[in-house]
Design a protein around this ligand. Structure first.
Ligand code: V47
Ligand code: SF4
Length: 373
């Protein structure tokens, strides 16, 4: 069946695209120029077929999900990224700052619930330091020794580690000793320096983001990578972003998943840009699945794109659906996500995966199967 489909496609695709499609079928790596040609010229249906070919090579008919919950310790942030709908300065009536007890109360809400991971991220608080965050990790670790702690984007880490005068390796080792298991992908945005200066001039730059992930990988901690797309970036800038991630992954193999994050326009200073259509979301999922040949997983974060698009992304290379049980994150509800109170039961998620024609597999943070459904 696969062979026949491949022959049929290769017979009907002409010009430069035919060599690129053949490379994808044969498992050969695409150059950035190939990726651009594909992105510019391929029909969406071809993108879907090629991405699904790569997805099936990586994970067969499995689609993963994990049972996690989020803690956002604060939305107070030193920075002022133009796309962010969430941050507030210290003292603002809409800001929040959870105490250690409030954080532990959140953790206790999941006592007896079979979650395997907590995801902790928030604003870059000007007066917190690495020891404060370390104590937070230790308290959570004590309350739930059985779950994996995925915490602090590279941007939060850059601030707290620099403040302490430590190297990235020293800072991450210290946090690891307090209980940190892995690092989420936030803060990557778009690596291109000129565009980054326009949309988030203050936060850690691309080199810092990559150096922090590299240091974590070298210490044996895995991480995720993200890309904020659908704003002012060009296809070339998306491909450059993915190329830098692919190069790092060649060196370390430490990334678990790539997560494309669609720009949402409500309540931020980039609203005038609008949002890209669902066809663009799918083209972008497919391109990332095809180009990032050394990433095992492409994650669709449904609280950002909505349930329908998340289901559709499974036909464009995504093999992991994030956001289960009780997604308490406010990053997207404040940015105008269609899912204003994101929440999805395990049963619903499993039904979504099955209806898209895949086999649901519950995973832990390192993608080991916890249960097949
Ligand atoms: O870095 C902020 C993005 C990210 C907007 O690692 C926005 O498993 C769209 O990284 N429109 C944080 N995006 C969230 C994040 C994440 C989410 C899910 C899973 C994982 C993981 C990581 O949210 C920020 C930024 O890129 N963001 N504002 C907005 N208006
Ligand atoms: Fe702060 Fe993150 Fe918002 Fe930027 S995206 S302003 S770093 S909370």
């Amino acid at each position: 069946m696969f062979h026949e489909m491949k022959e049929l496609i290769l017979k009907n695709v002409t010009g430069e695209l035919s060599g690129i499609a053949a490379a994808v079928f044969d498992g050969r790596r695409l150059t950035p120029d190939d990726a651009l040609t594909l992105y510019r010229n391929a029909d969406l249906s071809l993108m879907g077929l090629l991405a699904t070919t790569v997805k099936r090579r990586k994970s067969g008919d499995a689609v993963f999900f994990n049972r996690n919950f989020h803690i956002e310790p604060t939305n107070i942030c030193l920075y002022n990224c133009r796309f962010c709908s969430y941050h507030k300065p210290e003292g603002d009536p809409d800001s929040w700052e959870l105490t250690e007890n409030e954080i532990l109360d959140l953790v206790r809400r999941f006592d007896g619930v079979p979650v395997t991971e907590v995801h902790i991220t928030g604003g870059v608080h000007p007066s917190r330091d690495i020891h404060y965050y370390g104590r937070m990790l230790a308290a959570i670790r004590k309350a739930r020794p059985d779950i994996s702690i995925k915490a602090f984007s590279a941007v939060e880490l850059a601030y707290m580690i620099r403040k302490e005068g430590m190297s990235w390796t020293e800072g991450i080792s210290l946090l690891h000793s307090y209980g940190l298991d892995s690092i989420p992908g936030g803060g990557a945005e778009i690596f291109d320096p000129a565009l980054r200066r326009r949309i988030c001039p203050e936060k850690a730059d691309a080199e810092t983001y990559l150096a922090i992930h590299e240091a974590a990988h070298n210490l044996g901690l895995n991480s995720n990578a993200t890309m904020l797309y659908g704003h002012a970036e060009s296809p070339e800038q998306r491909i450059d972003h993915m190329l830098r991630l692919r190069d790092l992954q060649d060196r370390t193999g430490g990334f678990n998943a790539f997560i494309p994050l669609k720009f949402k326009r409500e309540n931020n200073r980039m609203s005038e840009l609008g949002e890209v259509p669902v066809t663009e979301d799918m083209r972008n999922y497919a391109l990332s699945r095809i180009f990032l040949d050394n990433f095992n997983h492409i994650k669709a974060y449904w609280p950002a794109i909505g349930k329908s698009s998340a289901m559709m992304s499974l036909a464009f290379g995504a093999d992991d659906l994030d956001g289960t049980i009780d997604d308490t994150t406010r990053i997207y509800s404040m940015a105008g996500s269609v899912e204003s109170r994101p929440s999805l039961s395990t049963t619903e998620l499993i039904a979504m995966i099955r209806s898209a024609g895949f086999r649901p597999v519950e995973r832990d943070t390192s993608y080991a199967a916890v249960r097949e459904w």
